[in-house]
Design a protein around this ligand. Sequence first.
Ligand SMILES: Nc1ncnc2c1ncn2[C@@H]1O[C@H](COP(=O)(O)OP(=O)(O)OP(=O)(O)O)[C@@H](O)[C@H]1O
Ligand SMILES: [Mg+2]
Length: 306
Amino acid sequence: MTSRLTEIYKRLEEPEFRILRIIERHMKKYEYVPIELIEKESKLPPSKLSNSIKKLSTLKLVRRTLGSIIGYTLTYLGLDVLALRGLIVRGIIKDLRDRIGAGKEGDVYIGITPSDEKVTVKFHREGSAPFRKIKRTRSFAIDMSWGSMIEVAKVLGEREFRILVELYNKGARVPEPVAWNRHAVVTKYIEGSIELYKRPELDEDEALEVLKQVLETIRKAYMDVGVVHGDLSEYNILVRTKDDKVEAYVIDWPQYVYKDEPHAEELLKRDVQYISRFFRKIYGVRIECENALKYVKGEINELGIR
Ligand SMILES: Nc1ncnc2c1ncn2[C@@H]1O[C@H](COP(=O)(O)OP(=O)(O)OP(=O)(O)O)[C@@H](O)[C@H]1O
Ligand SMILES: [Mg+2]
């Protein structure tokens, strides 16, 4: 099944992409980019420009000012289309299929690469849960204009991609990062996995193995990369069985903090306690939170299980 985003994308022609890019470029300066500027930079004849803008408005990729001066701003959908264009032009994906991840604020889709591999494409939203956390710990995010909200979504995309590369290179169990464009992050699709919150059936040994893999990843993140996930829960852990072995992946990293940031220790403790308690309660794993915390910090090298 093709997504609505792809359907919209396929209806656009180069002049329309050009207009979107012009609007995007000026959004740092203007909340609504004046039509005169779009006209000048697009070099399109007035009738073509007006038809294209109409089409972009109808498709809800741009929004017009309500005031007397005519100007346009990009919508999230407009930004999504530009990121999709960037990924397709660079040959990262050739198609975007179903939407996954019951879509709270972030939008996650399945993408298809030119060699027919499955990837996930996550479009960041500045208002998603991770961002609220960043907002709490960082002052830059207060009182933002629409233009700077779009910038924040892009920052989150780049942030998540770059940290995934570091984590993946250190052997942490995260999805393999493929590329990013603007606010969109592409990772390899973990085929056959389900989220831990759906409580996959695991016997005691398997549950212990999943927890070990998760804590080992949190340890590598802390010790080798110097970061804390900050939003670890059953919603951000994928589990699957491959070749009869159970595997865990820790996803959703944009809210990470460096270990020397003010709340890092607190967040690490929360992450580790939360997930250890989850495994104790749901799967009966006999884990001591204190040991788990010492283990991820590298103070002990064995995860003691009672
Ligand atoms: N690499 C992947 N392989 C398979 N599924 C994935 C992958 N990455 C993400 N998903 C799916 O997408 C969902 C959302 O991903 P993620 O947690 O990274 O984004 P989010 O911003 O929290 O989105 P949401 O608010 O929809 O949960 C996951 O719960 C999972 O089902
Ligand atoms: Mg998530």
